[in-house]
Write a protein that binds this ligand. Structure first.
Ligand code: M6R
Length: 608
């Protein structure tokens, strides 16, 4: 959720920190701040608002001299966005400053204790408790105080800390919130995510839970919570800094939508070998695959929607029962995982707190977990028993597009692999389906090239109040994602409904002119969905239909039709979602919304 950056080096710290924070703003953007050690003082500047406010306040960092510092971009949890609640937080003497990503769950009892000892608080945040507690324990040895604090606080945290009397040093520590470090000849860096430091180094060190890192200009040291020094090996990041830049596009979201043909190719092709599907990362023998009795898919948001699609695909072609859960429900519902169950968690960021907790819950119950993850080295990638990466590269826009498309491909591959091994697909069908998969990138490209038509249509709906998305089977899963794309970036209320369910209540919301987007790509369900379209049209709805090329019958019931190229009915999500992504995007652009950074949201949801 929040983003943190720290630097100890030979150059002025503030501009380096600002630059790093700009790359992390997708993690939170309601306020920002920096603390720079200057001589024996810590200078702090922070403000509610976007990072550009902080840039202006500090003249690009010029007003904050000093070569050691920490910075923060916030997504508010405890305390509304305000100057006082912005990070860094500090002790009364302003000799210790802290930036924090995560939630300190026991901050209230800790705060009470500190208040009873005379501490005064100036914010509503949980983080200020860390700064004051650090002050309470600090007797001149930073490592000692940090460890004492770690023993007292509960919850999740990535912390960057500076001490005025250790002016050349930055300390950082993590538990259940991401933290990486890196080094070059100019200094050492900490950050919540790789893009913040990629300009400086490709070799990054992933900090594990309850590890502490101590940075100076000329190097860094890693410690356990028992104060034992440890060695760490760097991981080389393959993608370059340009991958996390807009590259001439108006928004990251548009750029990322355009990257989908490549993303699909990159996730698909390395796993197609000699006319077969090879997923080495599964680490499952054919015998293991034949022994699967049930698959539990657990994820959040759009990743959950790919799981819903996968249920139809895996059950349809591999005939394995699939249960799909929203991670925040799964983790607390005391799930029953029977013998032979396989757990799959799906996450772009690999840091989603609820998904990570579901993974841990499953492991605690004795089950192996497969993670379908985009971010290499993320917490889920490291904790899952096996990891299947979606090779989508960095995704910056809060609304996911290319990672969603890559997740679908990974899930289709699993379904096909399982079906093949379990003897549910004959050779001919299997090879035809692989050919269909290989055609998807070109077909996606074709749909993207039609963007102006969708844009013109979207412009008519910038003032819409409610939009409904309906479909059956896989089309229902597509509707869920289409609806989320629209609402999260345009703030227009929208709902996805199983088309047959609408008449059980929700149809009463349809008024003259209400937009209903009907997805009808499943041949076996086509006539049924068509009837539901007629029902809403009869009540005044304006019907937008997304269907397969050739289904011209739909024009009788729809006011506007978008045709998608022919593919296997199990793969239509990959195509039908493209016009719906474009629709959501252009409605939001038409309304003047901040597409890449929608209000109240953050890219990586590291709190529950
Ligand atoms: O990083 P994850 O895939 O675990 O994130 C899950 C959801 O938070 C994410 O898909 C969210 O719903 C997006 N805003 C959707 O565009």
């Amino acid at each position: 959720m929040c983003g943190i950056v720290g630097y100890a080096g030979k150059n002025q710290a503030a501009p380096v920190i600002l630059e790093g924070l700009a790359k992390l703003e997708y993690r939170g953007y309601d306020s920002a701040g920096m603390a720079v050690v200057n001589g024996d003082k810590i200078q702090i500047t922070k403000s509610v608002g976007r990072l550009k406010v902080l840039e202006e306040l500090t003249h690009g960092g010029a007003t904050m001299p000093g070569t050691v510092g920490i910075g923060h971009t916030r997504w508010a949890t405890h305390g509304a966005p305000s100057d006082a609640n912005s990070h860094p937080h500090y002790n009364a003497q302003e000799t210790i400053a802290v930036v924090h990503n995560g939630i300190i769950e026991n901050y209230l009892p800790l705060k009470e204790k500190l208040v009873s000892k005379g501490y005064q608080f100036t914010s509503d945040t949980d983080t200020e408790v860390v700064a004051q507690l650090m002050d309470y324990y600090y007797k001149g040895n930073p490592l000692e105080a940090i460890i004492k604090v770690m023993h007292r606080v509960q919850g999740s945290y990535a912390l960057g800390i500076v001490f005025a009397d250790h002016p050349d040093e930055v300390f950082a520590v993590r538990k259940d919130s991401p933290l990486i470090t890196g080094q070059n000849e100019e200094g050492c860096f900490i950050a919540s995510d790789v893009p913040a430091i990629l300009k400086y180094t490709r070799k990054v060190f992933f900090i594990e839970n309850q590890e502490i890192v101590h940075l100076k200009a000329d190097g860094m040291h890693f410690y356990t919570i028992d104060e034992e020094e440890i060695e760490k090996e760097p991981v080389t990041i393959e993608w370059d800094a340009d991958a996390a830049e807009k590259g001439g596009y108006e928004h990251f979201m548009l750029k990322e939508m355009y990257e989908q043909p490549k993303t699909v190719t990159d996730t698909l092709m390395p796993r197609l070998k000699n006319n077969d599907i090879v997923i080495d990362e599964l680490n499952m023998s054919d015998e293991d695959i034949r022994a699967i009795k049930k698959i539990h898919i657990v994820a959040c948001g759009s990743a959950y929607h790919t799981g819903v699609t996968a249920k139809y695909v895996i059950e349809g072609i591999a005939r394995i029962p699939v249960e799909v859960d929203v991670a925040s429900e799964f983790r607390y519902r005391n799930p029953i995982l029977e013998e032979g169950a396989m757990v799959v968690v799906i996450s772009q960021s690999g840091e989603t707190a609820d998904t990570l907790a579901a993974l841990r819950e499953s492991q605690a119950l004795g089950y192996k977990v497969l993670g379908i993850v985009n971010v290499v080295g993320s917490s889920i990638a490291r904790e899952a028993d096996n990891v299947m990466y979606t090779w989508a590269g960095p995704e910056i826009a809060v609304a996911t597009t290319k990672a969603y498309s890559a997740q679908l491909i990974a899930l289709y591959l699993l379904a096909l692999k399982f079906a093949r091994v379990r003897g549910k697909l004959d050779d001919k069908t299997f090879h035809e389906m692989i050919e269909d998969l290989k055609r998807l990138p070109g077909q996606i490209e074709m749909l993207l090239s039609n963007k102006e038509r969708i844009q013109r249509f979207a412009n008519r709906y910038v003032a819409a109040k409610d939009v409904f998305f309906i479909g059956r089977g896989i089309d229902y899963a597509i509707s869920m994602e289409g609806s989320l794309k629209l609402k999260e970036i345009s703030y227009i209320h929208s709902e996805a409904y199983a088309a047959g369910e609408l008449k059980h209540g929700t149809i009463s919301l349809i008024e003259e002119g209400t937009l209903v987007a009907a997805v009808a790509t499943q041949d076996t369900l086509f006539q049924k969905t068509l009837s539901n379209m007629v029902e809403v049209k009869a009540r005044g709805a304006f019907v937008l239909a997304v269907t397969n090329e050739g289904n011209t019958d739909i024009e009788k019931a729809a006011d506007y039709v978008i045709y998608i190229p022919k593919t296997n009915s199990y793969f239509t999500n990959s195509l039908a979602i493209i016009p719906l992504q474009l629709f959501g995007y252009y409605v939001a652009v038409g309304k003047g919304c901040d597409v890449d950074k929608p209000r109240n949201l953050a890219k990586s949801v590291t709190v529950e």
